[in-house]
Design a binder for this molecule. Structure first.
Ligand SMILES: NC(=O)c1ccc[n+]([C@@H]2O[C@H](COP(=O)([O-])OP(=O)(O)OC[C@H]3O[C@@H](n4cnc5c(N)ncnc54)[C@H](OP(=O)(O)O)[C@@H]3O)[C@@H](O)[C@H]2O)c1
Length: 335
């Protein structure tokens, strides 16, 4: 490791599930042969991070650990593998390793394969949000094409990811019914030019959902909410439809009437980006990463509502949870 690196780094550390994270100094991590060391520039707070902090996420790590599933930065050191040399100095979007500190740290060790080189026109701020939401939006829209669905439905449509699905579906020619829960979110979707928008808080929601989904033959739904809404979707959609649950924003179980599954051949399934990575080849992944960067400003951009230093991580978490629809909150190392 080059001697110009400091001996210690600033890290946001989760020491106990459910307790606010602390900010500590700790030694820089050791690199394995195929690892790189990323000097982190920025990392977002995503719903998956909130679930991780609460012990509700599908991946658990031994504590204490730095949270943060994605971020951006510059590669400042590489492992022994000869093919890593060109990576030195590269600006990258990076994902966390399965077994160590995440992106809410001044430096992160991660396998080189978890890094996507950033194109020059992509800023480190947008690059920090290049993996989790854009690739999920891509993967979900791809499901509707491989399943030959004429149209799709999505819930939590005013989320950062939901807005990416709106734009990407439009580019792919996929008619999309967007469900939100507040009038302000209807306005956000209108500003995006979305055609079909339903507010689940309005009294005629169920009838409008049934009418529109039958009219458009929307037989796939991307559901980020869960709870009662999953069952409501299945009830409103045409026979033989599938609901792909990819988020748990309601913080509740999924409630489904078994009659929908037995008598109407409705299906419920899950989507997890980690599984999608396992079935997507590296060349395909790099190709998609490059296409996403080429259309980043048009389709896959994220709005940043605030940026906080690591030392104010708990204020940042409170800010984000107060108004999630206003955009992402970024964390950056203290100056
Ligand atoms: N499965 C995967 O691999 C994967 C990958 C990436 C993301 N995701 C999921 O995708 C979803 C969106 O992520 P994001 O980063 O785009 O989120 P985000 O930008 O932070 O936005 C969250 C949105 O969810 C809405 N929301 C929160 N609680 C809700 C509820 N109980 N019912 C309806 N809407 C609710 C918020 O609206 P309000 O302003 O009204 O609160 C806000 O519009 C999350 O569930 C996340 O976990 C899953």
């Amino acid at each position: 490791m080059p001697t110009t690196l400091p001996a210690t780094m600033q890290v946001v550390q989760l020491t106990e599930i459910g307790r606010p994270p602390l900010v500590v100094q700790k030694p820089l991590p050791m690199l394995g042969d195929t690892d790189v060391l990323v000097k982190i520039a920025a990392a977002p707070i995503n719903p998956s991070d909130l679930m991780f902090l609460q012990g509700r996420y599908g991946l658990r790590k031994p504590l204490p650990v730095a949270p943060g599933f994605e971020g951006s930065g510059t590669i400042v050191a590489v492992g022994k593998a000869w093919w890593l040399r060109p990576y030195l100095g590269q600006r990258v979007a990076c994902g966390t390793p399965d077994d160590g500190d995440g992106t809410w740290a001044e430096y992160m060790r991660t396998p080189a394969m978890r890094c996507i080189p950033l194109q020059p026109k992509v800023s480190l701020a947008q690059g920090a949000m290049l993996i989790v939401n854009p690739l999920t939006a891509w993967g979900l829209v791809e499901l509707s094409h491989t399943g030959r669905h004429a149209a799709a439905i999505q819930t939590a449509a005013a989320s950062s990811l939901g807005l990416m699905i709106v734009r990407h579906a439009r580019r792919m020619g996929l008619p999309l019914i967007n469900i939100v829960r507040r009038a302000e979110q209807v306005a956000i979707l209108q500003a995006e030019g979305a055609t079909y928008i339903l507010n689940s808080s309005e009294p005629d929601f169920m009838n409008r959902l049934a009418d529109l989904s039958h009219q458009l033959k929307a037989t796939i739904a991307f559901d980020a909410v869960g709870g009662d809404l999953t069952g409501t979707l299945l009830t409103g959609m045409p026979n033989g439809s599938r609901v792909v649950v990819y988020g748990a924003l309601a913080g509740d179980r999924v409630y489904v009437n078994p009659a929908e599954l037995i008598f109407r051949q409705q299906q419920v399934e899950g989507f997890w980006l980690s599984d999608w990575f396992r079935v997507t080849s590296l060349p395909r992944l790099l190709q998609i990463g490059s296409q996403i960067q080429s259309t980043l400003h048009a389709d896959f951009r994220s709005t940043v509502q605030a940026t906080y230093p690591f030392s104010r991580v708990n204020a940042a978490l409170a800010h984000y949870q107060r108004q999630m629809s206003a955009g992402k909150v970024l964390l950056v190392p203290d100056a």
